[in-house]
Design a protein around this ligand. Structure first.
Ligand SMILES: OCc1cccc(Br)n1
Length: 460
């Protein structure tokens, strides 16, 4: 780990070595700071920030195509927004604390509760349906024994006020649009779709009380992560009978809607909603991305209907994204019953997938011109030249110190700049600067007031 030593006595060897270098940290006499960010968090230096901005720009482009409006909320929320009793991992790992006024607060682990809070805050004045998207940093606090990250960024899209599966079809279409936009195909990725009303129907048949529904879903969601008998054991601990547990586990292995109808009847709500959704998506034209999979329940307590998750068909990665219908969430916050559905799309798994598929874009700094005065006396004029180009919308790197021509060329190469604009006294006396086109290698003297036109032309 990199350390800087602040205020310590520096011996000559350290002075020659510079403030911090490899090898044992120098004796720390006073406070020292750690260059690394807090455990489980990331810095975004330019290279990483370019990739993050590229990813978020794709999220935003898709959200615009679907006419969703961007919203955001505080990273810090009242803890009460996230306290739920269904045993979800996300609520057991809240990054929560008591603030200096004694209030119980938490860094948000997800965006949906904040979105619900804002919709309720806006009240009856808010036109429905609401189609909002957000890209926000979310937090969790887990013992670093597992070495997992404690923060990630999540893109959310939510539709409130539509009770029909048309809303789910829109959200799934947005996810597919994103995948296609970044070069991922339905060979690489699929979206598994189910409906929590499957479980609800099964629980009803075995007389399992409604109050256990959310907790049962949270346990069943672990089916891919822990052994089947462990899932069964956790179900029994919830008071579910052995028969009911067997009924639940066998329902999860249903493979087709026909089998679902055979088990629950063709009038069953889960079956009819899923049939409607698949029929919609078929006409919409992206059925090749979707499959019915009764084992999908998702791990959030508040889902009440359709649930879905994006997965990589090579089976190497965790879920890419996930979502579902949550028609009861706003009423649990004291609001009216409001149909709602949405998804969350994290910034981590998708990057792993793009890396694996060699689909990561090659990104570099976007500089049009480098302005550079060959003599110190012309440095003020270099600022004028830079301003002229910037006022015309060009990205200009103005060299701020004395450098040799060789350095300027190398620097332009590194930045992949298109033009090198040189100020030299002989040209300046003639009211000119020298432009080198770093792509065509053409170079010429250009009058100052012709400069923008020239660069415009060179740009073509
Ligand atoms: O998806 C669960 C989650 C929530 C907050 C932060 C991180 Br990293 N992961």
């Amino acid at each position: 780990r990199m350390y800087a030593v602040v205020g310590a006595t520096v011996t000559t060897s350290e002075a020659s070595r510079g403030p911090a270098s490899a090898g044992p940290p120098p004796p720390i006499t006073e406070e020292s700071i750690d260059y690394n960010p807090p455990r489980g968090t990331r810095d975004f230096a330019p290279d990483e920030m370019r990739l993050r901005s590229w990813l978020f720009q794709r999220f935003r482009e898709v959200s615009r195509l679907f006419a969703f409006e961007e919203v955001d909320f505080p990273v810090l929320e009242s803890e009460a927004l996230f306290v739920r009793k269904a045993g979800e991992e996300i609520t057991q790992q809240l990054y929560n604390f008591e603030d200096k006024s004694g209030r119980r607060v938490s860094l948000r682990p997800e965006l949906t509760p904040s979105l619900a809070r804002l919709v309720l805050q806006k009240g009856k004045g808010l036109p429905f349906p609401v189609k909002w998207f957000a890209i926000g940093q979310c937090w969790r606090y887990e013992r670093m024994t597992r070495g997992r990250r404690r923060e990630h960024y999540q893109w959310n899209m939510d539709i409130l006020g539509i009770s029909g599966v048309e809303a789910e079809a829109e959200l799934l279409a947005a996810i597919v649009t994103f995948f296609k936009k970044v070069g991922i195909t339905s060979e690489d990725v699929g979206i598994r779709v189910s409906n929590r009303k499957v479980l609800q129907s099964v629980l009803g048949r075995f007389g399992v009380p409604n109050e256990s529904f959310a907790a049962v879903c949270v346990v069943v969601d672990k089916i891919e992560k822990i052994a089947r008998d462990e899932v069964e054991g956790e179900l029994l601990k919830l008071g579910v009978s052995k028969d009911a547990a067997d009924g639940i586990l066998s329902a999860l292995s249903l493979r087709t809607l026909a089998e679902l109808e055979a088990l629950l009847g063709s009038e069953n709500e889960a079956a009819t909603e899923l049939k409607q959704l698949f029929a919609l998506v078929d006409v919409y034209g992206f059925s090749d991305w979707l499959s019915f999979d009764a084992s999908v329940v998702r791990g959030l307590a508040y889902y009440t209907g359709t649930v879905f998750e994006g997965f990589d068909k090579a089976g190497k990665l965790r879920a890419i994204c996930g979502g579902g219908r949550y028609d009861r969430l706003l009423s649990t916050f004291g609001g009216e019953d409001t149909p709602a559905c949405g998804f969350g799309f994290g910034d981590a798994v998708i990057v792993e997938l793009l890396k694996e598929r060699q689909l990561l874009p090659a990104l570099q700094q976007d500089v049009d011109c480098i302005v550079f005065s060959l003599e110190d006396t012309l440095r003020p004029q270099a600022g004028l030249v830079a301003r002229t180009l910037r006022d015309a919308g060009y990205a200009v790197e103005l060299v701020l110190e004395s450098k040799k021509m060789k350095w300027a060329f190398k620097h332009a190469e590194r930045l992949q700049a298109k033009h090198l604009v040189l100020l030299g006294s002989s040209e300046w006396e003639r009211g000119c600067v020298r432009i080198k086109n770093l792509i065509s290698r053409e170079e010429k003297d250009v009058a100052i007031d012709e400069l923008v036109t020239e660069v415009d032309m060179l740009k073509e």
